[in-house]
Design a protein around this ligand. Structure first.
Ligand code: FAD
Length: 419
């Protein structure tokens, strides 16, 4: 393993297993958008980082697919713009939704004064692979794939690292700072027992794929019908489809059988009539239980939590990746000097939370309002759904379509590498 973090062999208490020990400046748990971005930024600043990812690769399907204008700006700032352009993607300048009374524009990104006035749809693994490759070119960056964090290590109440297991056995990472970027089911959050506020969500999401054929619509296809919302993401030769269903209604949908499920898809979008047979079993359908939650405190002595580990977002607006990346950028900027000068304390960690709390609370509040005021009734009705009044007004005054474009595409507090 090539890295500037130091290694030592230690003996496990029963004298049978060896625990490898690595000492580093920062240990990051989780190689999602938050963890990889933070690790890359700190490693570029000369800080030694060890990143533990429990999977062997980043090939996770049915995950966040959207890269927003403000994240595209950050990738430019990192000098990665040309590389991201070379990866397979689709850019959508408008987000439209089809209701019973027609197709309406929800957000017009083309109206943004931005270098990238569009949402880029790109399988998340391309972005993660790019960040990992950039990091692995640095000798301050160590990515340990197939390494799962099991617990935190504490010394007199301060987190001093993590215990993990990997292909070669047990491992202990000793770090000046530990960062939990291990997602919405964070092990570190669980071990620390940090209190989590949860906000209800009226829906779950079923993900599946069917072929995309010549003559199909392209880009993003979103339909709101009686009791269901269907979102198709064009991935060239197939559609990745999110079927938004009522909370905890999957068991009933499954009990009604695959044939009824296929017919309900065709009812929402007839263009899939000739290929819903490709869903041959429930194994082809992945269920996402939607949750919206947030930590009251994103840190404890020696440890910081960011991204979904600190706040799981509703899928509304597809803003999860953007917020995770922005957390990482703010954290790297605020923590850089204190880590170098070994003057980190809870006040410094609290600065990261207070910087990111406003966009997190603001975005989650908007999401919860949309969930309650709009989605809950849509998912409960059996009648065709017409476009809500704000969308009808925005059709008449298209300049208004810039407002949601700004909130979704840029966010409430866009971050930059140096400010
Ligand atoms: C099905 C689905 C669809 C989504 N669609 C969108 C979308 O279209 N647009 C969007 O912006 N957002 C979307 N999101 C949300 C988005 O994926 C997340 O908000 C975003 O990925 C959060 O990034 P993160 O780095 O904080 O956490 P994650 O992306 O969850 O990354 C956490 C990482 O930690 C690893 N990990 C977990 N536990 C451990 C452990 N114990 N040890 C080591 N590693 C560990 C995981 O394997 C994972 O790689 C979606 C989420 C889901 C689940």
């Amino acid at each position: 393993m090539r890295c500037r973090s130091s290694h030592a062999a230690d003996t496990w208490h029963d004298g049978v297993m060896n625990t490898e020990i690595i000492t580093t400046d920062v240990c990051v748990a989780g190689g999602g958008p938050a963890g990889l971005m933070l690790a890359l930024l700190l490693a570029r600043r000369g800080i030694r980082v060890v990143l533990l990812e429990k999977h062997a690769d980043f090939l996770r399907d049915f995950r966040g697919d959207t890269v927003h204008p403000s994240t595209m700006d950050l990738l430019d700032e990192l000098g990665l713009g040309p590389k991201i352009d070379d990866l397979p993607h689709r850019d959508a300048r408008r987000l439209t939704v089809t209701f019973a009374d027609g197709t309406f524009t929800v957000a017009d990104f083309g109206r943004l004064r931005a270098a990238h006035p569009y949402i880029r749809f790109m399988p998340q693994w391309h972005l993660l692979n790019l960040l990992a490759e950039e990091g692995e070119a640095l000798d301050t960056f160590t990515l340990l794939r197939s390494h799962e964090v099991k617990d935190v290590v504490r010394d007199r109440g301060i987190v001093t690292g993590v215990r993990a297991s990997g292909p070669r056995g047990e491992l202990e990472i000793r770090a000046y700072l530990t960062v939990a970027a291990d997602g919405r089911t964070s092990v570190i959050r669980d071990r620390l027992g940090l209190p989590l506020r949860t906000f209800g969500a009226p829906m779950d999401v079923l993900w599946f794929r069917v072929s995309r054929l010549p003559g199909d619509t392209d880009g993003l296809d979103m339909r709101i019908w009686a009791g269901r919302v269907l979102l198709g993401i064009d991935r060239d030769d197939y559609w990745q489809i999110a079927d938004v269903i009522g909370k905890d209604s999957y068991a009933a949908i499954r009990a009604a059988g695959l044939a009824a499920f296929r017919s309900s898809i065709v009812e929402q979008s007839s263009q899939f009539a000739d290929r819903v047979q490709e869903i041959t079993s429930w194994d082809d359908v992945k269920v996402l239980s939607v949750r919206v939650d947030r930590l009251r405190r994103w840190y404890a002595p020696g440890v910081l939590l960011i991204g979904d580990a600190a706040h799981a977002m509703s899928p509304i607006g597809g803003v999860g990746i953007n917020l995770a990346v922005q957390d990482a950028v703010a954290a790297a900027r605020i923590l850089d000097e204190p880590i170098r000068q070994r003057r980190l304390n809870s006040r410094v960690l609290a600065k990261v939370q207070s910087r990111r709390m406003f966009p997190t609370v603001g975005t989650q509040t908007l999401q919860v309002v949309i969930q309650q005021a709009f989605l809950r009734p849509v998912l409960a009705t059996s009648k065709p759904v017409k476009a809500p009044l704000p969308l009808r007004i925005a059709r008449r005054f298209p300049a208004l379509q810039r407002i949601p474009a700004r909130i979704v595409g840029v966010g409430l507090r866009p971050e930059h590498l140096d400010r």
